[in-house]
Design a protein around this ligand. Sequence first.
Ligand SMILES: [Zn+2]
Length: 399
Amino acid sequence: MVFDLKSAPDYSYFTLSKPNRLVIDLGGTDDSIDLQKLTNDSELIKRIRYSNPKDKNSTRVVIELNAKASTNVFSLPPTPPYSNRLVVDFATDETAPQQVVQQKDDEEREIIIALDAGHGGEDPGSIGSAGTYEKDITLSIVRKLEAMINAEPGMKAILTRKGDYYVSLNKRPEIARQAKADLLVSVHADAFTTPQPHGASVWVLSMRRANSELGRWMEKSEKHSELLGGAAEVIEDTASERYLTQALLDMSMDHSMTTSYTVGREVIRGLKSVTSLHKNTPQAASLAVLTSPDIPSILVETGFISNPKEEKNLNWETFRQRIATSIFSAVKSHFQNVPPDGTLWAKQRKTNRTHKVRSGESLSLLAQRYNVDVSQIKAANNLNGDMVRIGQVLTIPSS
Ligand SMILES: [Zn+2]
């Protein structure tokens, strides 16, 4: 939680239990801001309210919590574009990622897409000449992607950040890993020192960086059990554990790098229909957020915020929706073609039939014949309209 302040804060704080609260006294501050109007999508914070101040020159803010949390309150000096800030970091005892992994044992699992909105909080990312912050653009696009993914049965989105706060670059892939993500999509907007460069691009982890990350992981034995899962418990011999870890990592790296490149290419194909391209093939790079040799990861630069025309585009809600839709469609069609084992989509694919369209057949006729909804056939084949061609091979989902 961050308080934006006009000057360096004069503050003190203490915590109370039953119910859990954090009380902050801010000197030289009045209570003219309507706290009821603050949006709150935190699971931890129940509500924020004023209380009787300790003296008439200060304001007392009470943060009511749903659970016991340790708090760290500190001030930050101004760094453009921000003024003075008072930051409250909460840490709960329960490990948050547990809530993310909702494995349903008796059902096929969902395909998990980790969405990473670049920058945030103290780090605004690139700033356009009209004053657009990259961090706002990236979060907006990610939120649109999240809505589309979560509306899709069999898919689920998790976010590395849900608001305007800073998450370290190492933490981001870690969040994806803990959620057992099938893909990590990091969203950014480029910038350059001159206004000319424009267009979107897609980046993947470079082989060299992947190998050096792999080496780094091999050195950290605590990473081994994480990667080996239950297998680590049965391997007692350190040498063979190392060998097996290496073999598993190599395999998963092969898979994730191939997947990253394939998805990257499909995303570029989608972006091409909604914006201009800066590079028309996925570019390999050593970027901090793309450090997971085990999770397929792509970084999408949605355009140049330093290009006035593209800054204007990125500020346009419809454009951001188009970008999000094109990324979503590419990711969806990729996983429809190659659904990961154990997922609902993998099961559906096995039970799906195909049908070659003959003269006189329509979607509604086929839907009736196979006892499925027209919308199901359309979804299974990525169809936007109701038209089908003679000879077209359609996937018929199981009813
Ligand atoms: Zn960026």
